[in-house]
Design a protein around this ligand. Structure first.
Ligand SMILES: [Zn+2]
Length: 188
């Protein structure tokens, strides 16, 4: 199965894109701001003004992105004082603990889906159309007299042991990963 390598940044990207889209924010811009804030050199945090200067985005856009990232608990702030005006200023950076937690939650959702698919594939007899690859569980195939409802070809019993094996391996791999992550997240 593809895409099983560990790549936390990739998971995060998907998460941020979803989040941005749901909040009607440009996903590319949200990602850009997030990347700036997750820079390991960013210890003190960046102010709204810093981010505006670094990205060239409008103040309202920057604030909106910070807001949604903050509401999703991906970033945190430190309150400081503006050097020349003496007013409150916020310095933002990524909340890495909270992010580990988010990633873990997402992995568990993926694991649930994989388990459901594994359950489905291993408990059903699957019939397959040799022409267009449509798949049917036994009941569907039986009702249609083992003919494909799309093209009418005679269905063949599929050997899905390869699929089952790949799913089982993916489930086990992800279970191990989650175990490791949990040890890391909860011990920090
Ligand atoms: Zn067919």
């Amino acid at each position: 199965m593809a895409g099983q390598e560990r790549d936390p940044m990739r998971d995060l990207e998907v998460f941020i894109r979803d989040l941005a889209e749901r909040n009607e924010v440009d996903p590319q811009k949200a990602l850009h701001v997030f990347k700036i804030l997750s820079d390991p050199g960013n210890v003190e945090g960046y102010s709204d003004d810093d981010i505006e200067a670094l990205t060239g985005y409008k103040q309202a856009e920057v604030r909106r992105i910070l807001r949604i990232l903050y509401d999703a608990r991906m970033i945190q702030y430190r309150k400081g004082v503006h050097p020349s005006y003496g007013v409150a200023r916020y310095f933002w950076r990524v909340d890495s603990n909270s992010i580990n937690y988010l990633l873990l939650k997402r992995k568990k959702e993926v694991l649930d889906k994989l388990r459901q698919r594994l359950e489905f594939e291993s408990s059903n007899e699957i019939y397959r159309c040799p022409r267009d690859g449509s798949r049917y569980v036994f009941n569907e195939a039986y009702i249609n007299e083992f003919r494909c409802t799309r093209c009418g070809a005679l269905l063949e019993l599929e050997d899905n042991s390869g699929v089952v094996r790949a799913l089982r391996e993916a489930v086990e791999r992800l279970e191990r990963e989650i175990e490791e992550d949990e040890r890391r997240v909860y011990s920090s």
